[in-house]
Design a protein around this ligand. Structure first.
Ligand code: URA
Length: 209
């Protein structure tokens, strides 16, 4: 079964408090999401493999450790996932970015894929699927199905805020995927919003209503 990690780092929690606040405007919201995405990427990459290489310092030769070249893929779920991409690739500039767009069918209420563009070598990459909110889990589950169909085998899911309902659904659908969360909230309300949550992440990031 996939593991669930809730990041309790004080900086992440402090910034998340501002992100949640209804009085935080679009500019600040976007900057904070970017910063928290960076901090989460820092934590999530803790287990990246290193290799020893020899370099020359101004003083002597030195054996140092560098990333062993493992390839990463960042997969934002459109549209709100885009708000987390820059914060991650600031730390991992060589990562490739694939996009997946989903909408909810008004009849079935199921997520339907309308756009997918992925790096060609997904099977060789560690993929981090990102979406600020894990609510019912429907979009995350579908996005992960979509990248698995295209070859991805090593997958993590990262979000700012999750509802327990979404975490359970995602764990059940994709037991091989570890889940990384900044805030695990109480529940979903009747409109599918996470409580207390932060409202609509896409609208708050892009200043729409
Ligand atoms: N999507 C959001 O943007 N907010 C929620 O609370 C739930 C889903």
């Amino acid at each position: 079964m996939g593991k669930v990690y809730v990041f309790d780092h004080p900086l992440i929690q402090h910034k998340l408090a501002y992100i949640r606040d209804v009085n935080t405007g679009t500019k600040e919201f976007r900057e904070l999401v970017d910063e928290v995405a960076s901090l989460m990427a820092f934590e999530i990459t803790r287990d990246m493999p290193l290799e020893e290489v020899e370099i020359q310092t101004p003083v002597s030769k030195a054996k140092v450790k560098m990333l062993s070249g493992k390839k990463l893929g960042i997969v934002p779920i459109l549209r709100a996932g885009i708000g987390m991409v820059d914060g991650i690739i600031k730390l991992i500039p060589a990562a490739k970015v694939g996009h997946v767009g989903l909408y909810r069918d008004p009849q079935t209420l199921k997520p339907v894929e309308y756009y997918v563009k992925m790096p060609s070598d997904l099977e060789e990459r560690e993929c981090i699927v990102v979406d600020p909110m894990l609510a019912t889990g429907g979009s995350a589950i579908e996005a992960i199905h979509s990248i698995k169909k295209r070859g991805a085998v090593n997958i993590k899911f990262m979000c700012l805020i999750a509802a327990p309902e979404g975490v359970d659904a995602l764990k059940e659908a994709h037991p091989d995927v570890d889940i990384y969360i900044a805030g695990l909230d109480e529940k979903l309300n009747d409109h599918g919003y996470i409580v207390p949550g932060l409202g609509d992440a896409g609208d708050r990031l892009f200043g729409t209503k």
